[in-house]
Every structure is written in structure tokens, then in C-alpha cells.
Design a protein around this ligand. Sequence first.
Ligand SMILES: O=P(O)(O)OC[C@H]1O[C@H](OP(=O)(O)OP(=O)(O)O)[C@H](O)[C@@H]1O
Ligand SMILES: O=C(O)c1cc(=O)[nH]c(=O)[nH]1
Length: 233
Amino acid sequence: MANGESPSLASYKSKFLSDCVSAEALKFGTFTLKSKRISPYFFNAGLFHSAKLARSISAAYASTLASANIEFDVLFGPAYKGIPLAALTVDKLGGIDPKYENISYSFNRKEAKDHGEGGNIVGASLTGKRIVIIDDVITAGTAIREAIEIIKREGGTLVGILVAFDRLEKTPSANDDDGQPRPSAIGEVRRQYGIPVMAILTLDDVVEYLRGIGTEDDIKRLEEYRTKYKASD
Ligand SMILES: O=P(O)(O)OC[C@H]1O[C@H](OP(=O)(O)OP(=O)(O)O)[C@H](O)[C@@H]1O
Ligand SMILES: O=C(O)c1cc(=O)[nH]c(=O)[nH]1
């Protein structure tokens, strides 16, 4: 399409995907993930840093949340990339509907602060609150499980998780090339906590979108990776 948007996706998804490509937040090449898996693509939410792109990413998070029909008090953004995502999304939600005016953001410090106000939570207290975690990507689930532990420790109740990107891949094992079926970390968290775990985009959306504009080599590498690491759920 002339504006780079995809006709088969909801318009906010399509707009977000096209902005991911123009911000080069979606890169194709060879990347080592936190889980040590080698991936032919990488989603870098840190590249949504201009006013225009910050509006685009927060609009996509806010639209997904507003249509999810869940009640919550605080958006918790795990350090570091979750921090601006939670703050921007709170601002965007407040502009969508007055019912969100009192929603807060909160985030953790990776290192506890031992002076001034101290502690490692900044923003709203999580105690006694209904919390939605806002983050960029879940792959192996290590980062999200750490965030869930922080919420438990602070006495909050986790009611949902929203990420920008669901890589749709199985959890890693000691021998990652074992060819064994395994569920995704997102699926495991969904089942374990009985909460919605939502994503604005999935790898399938990206592959579909790339068919229109990507190089044959990028599409082939993505499809091979998707087949190799596809989650069983
Ligand atoms: O599901 P996982 O395998 O844990 O990996 C995904 C997470 O890892 C990265 O964050 P990281 O902890 O590196 O922190 P950052 O936000 O400071 O980049 C990434 O931003 C995701 O949040
Ligand atoms: O698994 C990861 O580490 C990871 C994947 C990805 O696409 N983006 C990111 O920031 N981290």
C-alpha cells in the first residue's frame, strides 16, 4: 500500500507496524537475544523516541488496553524499556477517556536506591492495586517473571500483561536445537496466572506485512526461524 500500512490488519496495528519499519525498530540481520537464542530479527522499542513515534507506540498500547475490557489501577513498566512505555501509555489513556484520569504508572529501579526516598519502586505504590505490566517483548519469560515477582512482593494484584510484540516462540531449553515441542512463555504465564497476556503485534503479522515489502532473503530467514522455534500453544 502507498502508506506502507497493511490492509489485513486493524488500522492501529497496521499504523504501528509501518512506524516500526520506518523507525527501524524492527531490524533484520543476526541478533543474540537475552535467552542467547540467535534471531534473524529484533524489535527495539527504544527507537520510538521522537515525539511522533512516542505518540504512535503509546496510541497502540492504549488502544489495545482500552479494548481489552479489564479494570486496573496502575501500569507497571519494568526497567528499563518498560519505563517510558508505561508513562507514555498512562498519558495517552488519560486523553482517550476520563475514566482513565486516575490511572498511574510505576516502575522499578534495577538497583535499589539507599538515599533520598530510597527503595526500588518509582511512581505509584503497587500495594493493594490492580496492576497491568507494560513491556516491549516476551521471549523466554525471564524478564516478565521478575516483574511478576516485584508485584507480588509489593502486595499488588496482577490483572494483565501487555507487550508490543509476541515473538510466538517456544521457551528455550538446555539444548535449544532439540526439536522438541514446547509452549511459549506467554502461554505459560497466561495459564499459570489466569490473566490476559496481550500483544499489539505478533511475528505472524510481521511475516504477512513483509511479504509486501521485504527482501526474499529476510522473509526466508524469518520463516525458517518461525518454523524452528514455533511454540506448541
Ligand atoms: O523474555 P525474556 O527472554 O526475558 O526477554 C525479553 C526481555 O529482555 C529484554 O529486556 P532486558 O531485561 O534486557 O532489559 P532492558 O529493558 O533494560 O533492555 C527485552 O527488552 C525484554 O523485556
Ligand atoms: O528476547 C530478547 O532479548 C528480545 C527480543 C526482541 O525482539 N527485542 C528485544 O528487545 N529483546
